[in-house]
Structures are given as C-alpha cells and as structure tokens.
Design a protein around this ligand. Structure first.
Ligand code: P6P
Length: 337
C-alpha cells in the first residue's frame, strides 16, 4: 500500500508474483505492456471523435467484418507493446488472419491471444468497447512458435482479462487466483485497485441475448428467454433484458451484478458468432474465477479442443444458477428432438 492508500496495478502484480516462482517477472513485463497499450488505446478512443480515426478502415478482417480504423490502431499498439515486453514470441489477434510472429523474441515463452478492440461497431456511437486478452505458455522450447503452440485449450491459460473503455476505464484480470479490477485514475495515469476479489452472484436479474435472432434460435433457448420474461416473485422474475452489442460491456455488468449472456448456435451460425481463442476463453477464465460458469451447450468453454485460430463457439456465460437453468432447458428440447 503506498502512502495515499492506493494500490497500483504494478505494485499488485509484483506483490502477487511470489505465487509464480517460474514466472521470474515475465508476467509483470507482459502486464506492463498491457497497461501501457491500454492507456494509449484509451487516449485514442476518448479522442476518436475529434480526429479522423472514427469510421471504417475500408478493409474487412478474416471474419468478413468491416475493420474500423480504431480496430487496426489498437491492434498495432498492443502488438508493438508485446514486442517490446521481451517476453512474447507470437500474437493471435482478431485483426490478423494468421499468427503474428515477433521475430526479435521468437525464443520467448509466452503467446498472447487478443481481441484488441471488441464491440467495434459501437465505436462510432460512443458505447462501451474493450480489449480482451489471454496469455499462454508455448509448448515447444524455442524457435519459431508453431500452430500447435498457439492452438491450446482455454484450460491452459496462464492469465486472462479485459480492459473496458466505458464511463471509466478498467482493467480486470485473473492468473487463476481470483479476479481483481483496477480503475484508471486519469489524473495520475495509474490503474488503481478498485474491485478486489470480484465474485459473481450465483443468481442475477439480467439476461443478455440478441432477441432479433429469436426465430433462428434452438427451441430450448426460445423457451429459456420466455422463462426469463415470466412473472414469478419467488425467483425475482421477470429479469431485465440488457444487450448492448459489446460482449465486454454486457459481461462486465453481469459479472458485477449477476446475469447471463448467451450467444447461441443458430441455423445460420451453428457455432455461434463469438471467437473461442480471444473472446470466449479469456472471458470464461475470468467469469469462472469469479465463481460463475461458462459453457458452450456441449462442454465447458475452456475444455473445447482448439482446432483453428478463429474458431467460433456458442456461449452461455455468467451467474452459475442462471447458466445451469438455461442449459437444462436447452438440453430438454435436445432430448425431445
Ligand atoms: P450481434 C461485437 O462485434 C461482438 O463480437 C461482441 O462484442 C458482441 O456481444 C456481439 O458481437 C454482438 O453480435 O450479432 O448481436 O450484433
């Protein structure tokens, strides 16, 4: 604790580091890179409306999604910061078709999977957006990291977290020992501990799903959404519908207050829309470390075998009892069909 009672992210990580004898400060350097890049992206997000960095980059990424200028700017800022950390050998990014190798540090131990700016369709309308990241240890000992080094299951993550550029800018992360949240103090440009040991309520009152796709949802999901809307005082229903179209913002609210976020399989997208490596795995690590649950409908998200860099999975994630109820109703119709 420093003299004004604030605990900075840097201090917190150093204090925690004693728990990872083999990290030898590597995680501190990686988080220092994330912290620096987040501050720069935060600055650019806040001024986007003033300089010509709103709007589209005029290209599409491998997902076929229109790249926003800020998507590409954020991607380059984070890759540059990871490169300078001296600990990262490769980066998987939503904005990069293939593995982004870092040749100067190709023998280093860590691999990053990231969505540099999630929710980018919200950039131009000033709604909350965020950065999502996972940290993995490579499997090979040295040399250019291989696809096998990168395609690891979520249960192999060393750390994961997100930055939300909202009414305030927060960095939330886990290394497998609980979840802690840090709020950026603009005055001193430090992320300061504001949410120690975050726990997600087992029940909540928010359900987050894009009901515009209702006609395309499996029967059990339609039933669960109707269940959320039924009046039942004993179970605090009807729940409130909250869906902003930015997973980070929806999940952050539900992590703190209790709720469920669902991006189901649909006939058009049988594996859902969200990407396993740099959206679902990191958010699942955080949610489960906070006492919540993250499932694909077939297995826990972090147990999915990763077979492709931009692999998609359906997600049911949030308060444990809400996810269990949604899965039970989803599976009930599976048994019928
Ligand atoms: P839809 C943003 O593009 C994103 O990847 C998530 O942040 C968000 O939850 C989801 O897509 C929104 O998708 O199909 O409901 O617009």
């Amino acid at each position: 604790m420093n003299n004004n009672g604030l605990i900075t992210l840097e201090q917190f990580i150093v204090d925690q580091e004693s728990q990872y004898p083999d990290a030898k400060g590597a995680l501190s350097k990686i988080f220092r890179a994330i912290e620096l890049a987040s501050k720069i992206v935060n600055r650019d997000v806040r001024k986007a409306g003033l300089v010509d960095i709103l709007g589209s980059q005029g290209e599409t990424n491998i997902q076929g999604e229109e790249q926003k200028k800020l998507d590409v700017i954020a991607n380059n800022i984070f890759i540059s910061a990871f490169s300078r950390s001296g600990e990262v050998c490769a980066v998987i990014s939503e904005e990069e078709d293939e593995i982004h190798h870092l040749p100067k540090t190709e023998n280093e131990k860590y691999i990053i999977a990231m969505d540099p700016l999630d929710g980018s369709s919200n950039i131009d309308v000033n709604a909350s957006i965020g950065t999502i990241f996972s940290v993995y240890k490579r499997k090979s000992k040295s040399g250019t990291p291989t696809l096998d080094d990168c395609l690891q299951a979520g249960n192999q993550q060393v750390a994961a977290g997100y930055v939300i550029y909202g009414s305030s800018t927060m960095l939330i992360y886990t290394t497998g020992n609980g979840v802690n949240g840090f709020t950026l103090d603009d005055g001193i440009q430090e992320f300061c501990l504001s949410h120690r040991n975050i726990k997600t309520p087992e029940d909540g009152n928010f359900f987050s799903v894009n009901e515009g796709n209702l006609s395309d949802f499996p029967e059990g999901i339609v039933d669960y959404i109707s269940y959320c809307k039924e009046k039942d005082k004993a179970t605090n229903r009807p729940y409130s519908a909250r869906y902003i179209g930015s997973m980070i913002a929806d999940l952050h609210r539900n992590i703190l207050k209790g709720g469920i976020f669902i991006y189901p399989p649909t006939t058009k997208a049988p594996n859902g829309k969200l990407r396993l490596m740099y959206e679902c795995n990191p958010m699942s690590f955080v949610v489960e470390q906070a006492g919540g649950k993250a499932h694909t409908g077939e297995c826990p998200v972090m147990d999915v075998e990763t077979t492709a860099l931009h692999q998609r999975v359906p997600v049911f994630v949030g308060s444990k009892n809400m996810v269990d109820k949604a899965l039970a109703m989803h599976h009930a119709t599976d048994k019928k069909s």
